[in-house]
Design a protein around this ligand. Structure first.
Ligand code: EPZ
Length: 430
């Protein structure tokens, strides 16, 4: 199994190109199920989750073609992916695929809207928490669907004549449930109003793409989204927005090691909450016409007090990375996780590198230390794994991060991007 070897201590200097957002690319690809015409997506990141979703969509009958070859001089450019769901050959999403990636459950919305039926495996729990699907099912029921759970599968059936527009009010904002009800509503008859909708930029990106496909949507990016259903959607071309979590991760890495890096193509406005925390801690952040420049030269870091929250709050997907940074700040920091109840697997691993962290319920208190020391570590989810990479970059000596497949799910060419800025980091294969 591949591992990442890091020898810490080097400052990061140079440029890091930011890829298309994984969490936008996945729902955008799933939206291709809504039309028989071709959806062309540019700036699709080259990630294991994207590859898996291509397979899942292929199972449903989507023709997936990648346009052009990666040019040698532009090794970090995203892919252009053409998805054509001319005919849906299967409305079943099996357990062995859905259990590997939770977002694949989201096919339930478009399949039900276009085909009137879907049988999709329940995704099950995962390392970061229980992650139920009740909001999705209640929302689809509000649109008129009949839902049965049988042998681990959700069997959904639209009423005769198809889904009907309705008011869907989520008990709390959910990214996935908002994506699914939004997609389903585009082809439902009449108006759907989604209340307490998630406001994440990836929701806005999906709504923009659906609008290009002929959907009638207002209010994406606010907590009330209105959709007027249309009879059919058509093909379109859309470019995936830059990955704000990748942006924040590298910004935190630079804050950790010191140095100066231009995050090419990054958009600060997608990540104000996190950049504000970094600025308060003493990191320089500047928006340029090429992206966002992040620097820390010489001075130390002030402690941080952060509570994760749905967008526009501080993202849970950067919580682990910030904890690595807090471990090197002066004084006592506190980080509260409010989105997922069990998203603290990195804590014990960071402690192995010398961090001082006290966990009580959903609050981690971190006492800054003068130095971290390299060690073998592993983590059980994507963002936890990358927090260990960040810690390793600043630790004395060698850190080996095991279970690299988690990183490959969400970070495109992580070692290449960091080593071109001066980090000593390599992949050990086998
Ligand atoms: C999305 O997950 C992201 N995944 C996650 O990123 C991210 O951490 C999360 O949103 C929060 O920002 C993708 O976009 C592919 P939610 P999602 O539904 O949609 C509860 C990463 O590392 N809930 O917004 O699954 C749920 O348990 C991943 O890239 C219900 O109770 O998250 C959680 O407490 C990890 N019932 C809260 O809502 C439901 O039916 C928010 O979760 C649905 C959700």
């Amino acid at each position: 199994m591949d591992r990442i070897r890091i020898v810490g201590g080097a400052r990061l200097n140079g440029r890091i190109p930011i890829s298309g957002a994984k969490n936008a690319a996945l729902p955008l690809m799933i939206a291709s199920l809504l039309t028989a015409e071709t959806l062309t997506l540019d700036n699709v990141p080259r990630l294991a989750d994207v590859t898996l979703l291509k397979r899942i969509l292929g199972n449903h009958g989507v023709d997936v073609a990648v346009a052009g070859k990666r040019a040698e001089q532009d090794a970090f450019a995203g892919e252009t992916v053409k998805l054509t769901a001319g005919e849906i050959v299967d409305t079943l999403a099996p357990y062995d695929l859905v259990s590997r990636m939770r977002a694949s459950f989201w096919v339930i919305g478009p399949l039900l809207a276009r085909m009137g039926e879907a049988k999709v495996s329940l995704p099950g729990g995962c390392a970061i928490g229980t992650r139920p699907v009740d909001f999705f099912l209640d929302g689809l029921k509000a649109l008129g669907a009949t839902i049965e759970i049988e042998a681990g599968y959700v069997i959904a059936q639209a009423p005769a004549g198809g889904l009907k527009g309705a008011r869907v009010s989520f008990p709390k904002a959910s990214v996935g449930a908002t994506h699914v009800i939004l997609m389903a509503a585009t082809l439902a008859e009449g108006e759907t109003v989604i209340e307490n909708a998630a406001r994440e930029p990836e929701i806005v990106d999906l709504a923009d793409c659906l609008t290009k496909m002929g959907a009638k949507i207002e209010g994406a990016g606010t907590s009330t989204i209105r959709v007027q259903g249309v009879a059919r959607l058509h093909g379109a071309r859309h470019s995936v927005l830059p990955d704000r979590i990748e942006t924040g991760t590298y910004a935190i890495a630079v804050a950790m090691t010191g140095g100066e890096v231009l995050l090419e193509g990054a958009r600060r406005d997608l990540l104000d909450a996190a950049f504000d925390v970094l600025v308060e801690a003493g990191v320089e952040v500047e928006t340029t016409n090429e992206g966002v420049r992040v620097a820390r030269n010489g001075h130390g870091l002030a402690p941080m007090n952060v509570v994760t929250a749905p967008y526009p709050g501080f993202p849970t997907d950067l919580q682990a990375q910030l904890m690595a940074l807090a471990a090197r700040a002066g004084g006592s920091s506190s980080i509260t996780e409010t989105i997922f109840e069990n998203r603290f697997m990195h804590v014990q691993e960071l402690v192995r590198l010398g961090a001082k962290i006290h966990l009580e319920g959903d609050v981690a208190t971190i006492e800054g230390v003068d130095k971290l020391t390299g060690a073998p570590v592993m983590a059980t989810d994507l963002r936890a794994s990358v927090s260990l990479v960040i810690a390793g970059l600043a630790a004395e000596g060698e850190t080996i991060v095991n279970r690299v497949y988690h990183l490959d799910r969400g970070f495109e060419r992580l070692e290449a991007k960091l080593s071109q800025c001066g980090a000593t980091i390599e992949r050990l294969t086998g």
